[in-house]
Design a protein around this ligand. Structure first.
Ligand code: HEC
Length: 103
């Protein structure tokens, strides 16, 4: 729990610095590659197709750009992928561009 709080506060602090520019410097093609390599298979096996329905389903959970980064970070931690923050932002930016379309 404590670890989660530290995580979240670090993230919130960094999103204050990024502001609206959270995804502006992201490397979207790099994010796409990481997502395809590590994430999609499991989503596809639960949701069928290319797995993208998980992001577009009516009851999707993510409502904000920060929420999206938090979800990517939670998956990264859960899967023990040891991505850097930059990787998380790249993946979140790719998901945002393709599916979420947050401004
Ligand atoms: C072992 C299976 C599995 C793997 C691997 C996995 N996910 Fe997921 N993911 C899920 C499941 C199941 C959900 C739905 C959780 C729910 O509905 O509460 C989910 C939900 C999500 C969502 C939220 C969708 C929404 O808007 O509701 C995002 C974003 C996401 N995953 C990103 C990732 C990323 C990024 C990775 C790779 C680092 C990843 N996932 C790897 C199983 C997986």
């Amino acid at each position: 729990m404590m670890q989660k709080c530290i995580f979240l506060s670090a993230l919130l602090a960094s999103s204050v610095c990024y502001g609206d520019a959270l995804f502006n410097n992201a490397d979207i093609p790099a994010g796409k590659k990481l997502l395809e390599a590590h994430c999609i298979q499991c989503h596809a096996s639960s949701y069928g197709g290319d797995g993208s329905e998980i992001y577009t389903r009516e009851l999707r959970k993510i409502k904000t750009p920060t929420g999206l980064v938090v979800q990517v970070r939670n998956c990264n931690t859960m899967l023990d992928l040891k991505w850097f923050e930059e990787d998380e932002i790249n993946v979140a930016a790719y998901l945002n561009q393709q599916y979420y379309h947050f401004k």
